[in-house]
Design a protein around this ligand. Structure first.
Ligand SMILES: Nc1nc2c(ncn2[C@@H]2O[C@H](COP(=O)(O)OP(=O)(O)OP(=O)(O)O)[C@@H](O)[C@H]2O)c(=O)[nH]1
Ligand SMILES: [Mg+2]
Length: 300
C-alpha cells in the first residue's frame, strides 16, 4: 500500500485590494508568478500559481482584490475573484493585519460567513503590527468566520509561510497531480510579459494613472540568435495620460521599458528586445477582445 497518496486541489486566495495576496502566492510558489505593488487593485485577473509540498500539489488561485466596483473593469475583476472562490476546494482569506477593517472588508467577511467552503484565515503583514492588536483582531475575525485554521504571517519576511504551505498541502483532496511537476503557473509567457510591463507602470507612475492603463502583447518573435523580440501596446484613456507615460524626451517610457525588459529576460531566461508604444483609447475598458486577452470575463 502506498503510504503517501498524492494530493492536489485548488486554493482560492481572496481578500481586499493590497492585502498581500499576490506576494503570498509568490512566496508559497517560491518564485515570482504574480505582479505586486504598494498600490491597490494591482491584480486584474485570476492567475494560478503552483506550489508543491511533499506529495501534494497546491494550485493557488491569485485573485483581484474584492471591493465596491464602479466601472465595468472593476465588476469584471470582482466577479473573477468570487468565481475563483466558488470553484476552489478551500478558501484562503488574506487580511492586512496592519490596516483597519473597512466597510468593504466587513461586507466581504459577511458574504463569507454563509459559505460552504473550508476556510483558512491568514493575518498578513504581522511584521507591521504589535501583538496585542493582532490578537484582538484575530479573536474578532475567528468569532465571525469560524475558519478551520488561523495563521499569522508575513508574506514579505516569510514568517509563517512554511507552516501555512504545509497545512494547505495536508488539506488537499487525495488524487493525481493536475499539472506537470515543473509547472509554476497557468499563465502564458505573453500574458506574463504584459503583466511585467504593467507592474512597472503601476510602480513608476503616480496614483491614478495605473487604473487607466492596460498592456497587451501584440507580437512575439523567437529569433534564431536565441533572443526574443516582443512588441507591446500600452493603452491609456487620454492624450494627457499618454504624455505622462512617455515622459519628457521619452524618458519615462524608456525607464519602464528597461525595467520590464530585465524582468521579462529573467522570466524567460533568454535575451529580450522589448518594443513599447502607447495608444490612446478612451474606451479600452469597453473592449471585449482586450478582456479576453487579459484573462477576464465580460461583466454586464
Ligand atoms: N510589510 C509587509 N508588506 C507586505 C507584506 N505582504 C505584502 N506586503 C506589501 O503589500 C503591498 C501589496 O501587496 P500585493 O501582493 O500586491 O497585494 P494584493 O493583495 O495582491 O493586492 P491587489 O492585487 O491589488 O488586490 C506590496 O507593497 C507588498 O510588498 C507583509 O507581510 N509585510
Ligand atoms: Mg494582487
Amino acid at each position: 500500500m502506498n503510504e503517501h497518496p498524492t494530493r492536489a486541489g485548488f486554493v482560492a486566495v481572496i481578500g481586499a485590494p493590497n492585502a498581500g495576496k499576490s506576494t503570498l502566492v509568490n512566496a508559497l510558489v517560491g518564485q515570482k508568478v504574480a505582479i505586486v505593488s504598494p498600490k491597490a487593485q494591482t491584480t486584474r485577473a485570476r492567475l494560478m500559481g503552483i506550489a508543491i509540498h511533499d506529495s501534494a500539489q497546491v494550485l493557488l488561485v491569485d485573485t483581484p482584490g474584492i471591493f465596491e466596483p464602479r466601472r465595468r473593469l472593476d465588476r469584471a475583476m470582482v466577479a473573477a475573484a468570487w468565481t475563483g472562490a466558488e470553484d476552489a476546494d478551500l478558501i484562503l482569506l488574506v487580511i492586512d493585519a496592519a490596516a483597519k477593517i473597512s466597510g468593504e472588508v466587513s461586507q466581504m467577511i459577511a458574504s463569507l460567513e454563509s459559505r460552504k467552503h473550508s476556510l483558512f484565515l491568514a493575518l498578513n503583514k504581522v511584521d507591521l503590527v504589535k501583538k496585542p492588536a493582532l490578537l484582538a483582531q484575530s479573536l474578532d475575525l475567528t468569532g465571525r468566520l469560524k475558519p478551520e485554521k488561523v495563521f499569522m504571517i508575513s508574506a514579505t519576511e516569510g514568517d509563517g509561510v512554511d507552516d501555512l504551505k504545509r497545512a494547505l498541502a495536508d488539506s488537499m483532496p487525495e488524487g493525481p497531480w493536475l499539472y506537470p511537476e515543473d509547472e509554476v503557473s497557468d499563465a502564458t509567457d505573453r500574458m506574463i510579459a504584459a503583466e511585467l510591463t504593467r507592474e512597472q507602470i503601476v510602480n513608476q507612475l503616480h496614483q491614478e494613472l495605473p487604473y487607466a492603463t492596460a498592456v497587451e502583447t501584440e507580437t512575439w518573435e523567437d529569433r534564431a540568435d536565441g533572443s526574443t523580440a516582443i512588441r507591446q501596446q500600452i493603452l491609456v484613456e487620454r492624450d494627457s495620460q499618454k504624455a505622462i507615460v512617455i515622459g519628457k524626451g521619452g524618458r519615462r517610457l524608456k525607464a519602464i521599458g528597461a525595467a520590464a525588459r530585465m524582468e521579462i529576460t529573467q522570466h524567460l531566461g533568454r535575451p529580450v528586445h522589448l518594443f513599447l508604444h502607447v495608444k490612446v483609447n478612451p474606451r479600452w475598458d469597453e473592449d471585449r477582445g482586450l478582456y479576453r486577452d487579459i484573462g477576464l470575463e465580460w461583466a454586464d
